[in-house]
Ligand binder design. Structure first.
Ligand SMILES: [Zn+2]
Length: 179
């Protein structure tokens, strides 16, 4: 295994959209340019649960998280995403949506059916409701895998002012201005 290498890109370059035309992870040509906010890593308890709840209102959850203290944010403009990056993100988002939506449906559905059903079926329904709840909670895993930061392998530096990219592709690095 080669050692993981982290390069630093000045935040103002990233915010101006002065970015390479090849993706940072695979070095393939960008098929899409993405604008998003990239956070620094902070140890925030309960942040995953907030993400689960925010699946439907992704943008709002992200904005709320920015208010958390010590989180530095870079407003990324036009980050290059190749076909593989795009597919990876879409696939994880799809899995998360199915788990979250399916779990919610099972949970709410079993409650509704429980209200209408005969008394004897309640224990079975409780099991279904529980399974639905577990699915909703577990959807946090694929959801975090779909996160832009995970897909591109970059975070904002803890002190802000720069974006740290792990193991950037050589095609990506070649197009960065020297500093
Ligand atoms: Zn890629």
């Amino acid at each position: 295994m080669p050692e993981s290498e982290i390069i630093e890109i000045a935040a103002n370059l990233v915010e101006q959209g002065a970015l390479p035309s090849h993706c940072s992870r695979h070095g393939r040509p960008a098929v899409k340019r993405a604008d998003f906010t990239l956070q620094s890593k902070v140890r925030l308890e309960g942040s995953r649960t907030r993400r689960v709840g925010g699946l439907g209102v992704l943008g709002m959850a992200e904005r709320l998280e920015q208010h958390a203290r010590k989180v530095r944010v870079t407003r990324v403009k036009g980050w290059p995403l190749c076909d593989v990056c795009t597919r990876t993100r879409a696939r994880w988002l799809g899995v998360a949506a199915v788990m979250f939506g399916g779990g919610l449906l099972l949970f709410v559905g079993s409650l509704v059916v429980g209200l209408l059903a005969e008394k004897g079926s309640v224990p079975a329904l409780a099991g279904v409701a529980m399974a639905g709840f577990v699915l909703v909670v577990l959807s946090a895993f694929p959801f975090s895998r779909a996160g832009m930061s995970r897909v591109i392998g970059a975070v904002t530096a803890p002190e802000g002012g720069a974006v740290l990219v792990s193991n950037p592709s050589s095609a990506f690095r070649a197009e960065l201005p020297r500093h």
